[in-house]
Design a protein around this ligand. Sequence first.
Ligand code: ZN
Length: 327
Amino acid sequence: MVGCALLSLLGCAAFAARPEREVARLYESEYVSAAAFASKAGLSRVWLEPGKKLLLSNKTLRLELEVDSRDCLINGRRVFLGEPAVAYRKTLYISRVDRDRLLSPIVEPRQIPGPLPGLRTIVIDPGHGGRDDGTVNPRLKLSEKAMALDVALRLEKLLKAAGYRVALTRRNDTFIPLPLRAVFAKHEKADVFISLHFNAIDKRSVSGNETFILTPQNQRSTEADRRKPDDAFRQTGNAVDGWNAVLGFRIHSELLGSLQSFDRGLKHARFAVLRDIDCPGLLVECGYLSNDAEAQKIATPEWRQKIATAIADGLAGYREAVVAAKR
Ligand SMILES: [Zn+2]
C-alpha cells in the first residue's frame, strides 16, 4: 500500500532528525502526501513559505497547511487536524485519517462514501438544564442553560420556517442526562443533531467560538496531547465522520463570519452526545460567558438571534452539499 511505503519513508526521516520518543508518535499514524491528495481533489499547490506553509487551492477553496502544526486554515477558518502535518524532502505529508475523514469530505463532499444523509428532521439539544446550570456569569447573572435554551427556541423557529421537522431535547428548564439526549435523537429519527452550549474558563480574557465534531476512530481528540487506548474504539457516530466534517465546517464558518468573533477552531472530541448519535451532529460553543464583553453581547436577544441565524445558514450550506452530492 502507498500509505505504508510512505510511513516507512517518514520513519527513516524521523529516525535521522528526531529523538526516538517523537518517532513513536509519528509511527502511530500513517501519513500520505499532500501533493497526491491535492491532485486527486483538483487543487493546485504552492508553498507560501518554502518547506513551512503549503497552500492547496482551486477557485472556491483555500487550504493552508503548516508543517509541525495541527492547525490548518480552510477558507480562512481554523480547522484542527488530528495529527500535525510533517515535511520530508520538500514534501508535506498529512495523516491518512485527516485526509479521509476531515479534509477530503470538506473539499469534495460528493466523494464521501456510504449512503447520503437525510435532511428532514433536525434535533436541537440545548445543553444542561434543571439542576445543571452549565457555566454561569454571576456578574451579569447569566446561565448557560438559559442562553442555550433561548438560542434553541430561536433556531427552532428558523428551521421550521425553512421546512424542517424540528424536535428539541428540552423545551424548558429541566435536567436531561447526557445519554438520554442521544436516545431522544434516535427516537426522533434525527437527520442532523445540533447541541448548543456556551463556554467558560478561568482566564476571563478568553473569548470566541469553537465547534466540536466527533473524533474519528484511531485518532486523538483535539485537547488530548497523546493517543489513548480508547481512541481505537469505533463509536456509533463514526459511521458519518465525513458528513460530521461538512456539517461542522459549514456551521463553524457561518458563525465566525456572522459574529466576527475569535476563531477557536473546528475541533474533535468524544462527547457523549456526539458518540452515540447515528446521524451527523455537532456541538457548538456559542461564546464565552466568562468573558464579560462577550457575555454582554450574549445577554442581548439580537446577538442570540444572530447566533441562531448563523447556525441556520450553516445548515443551509450543509444541505446544499448533500443535495449536490445526490446529482
Ligand atoms: Zn455546556
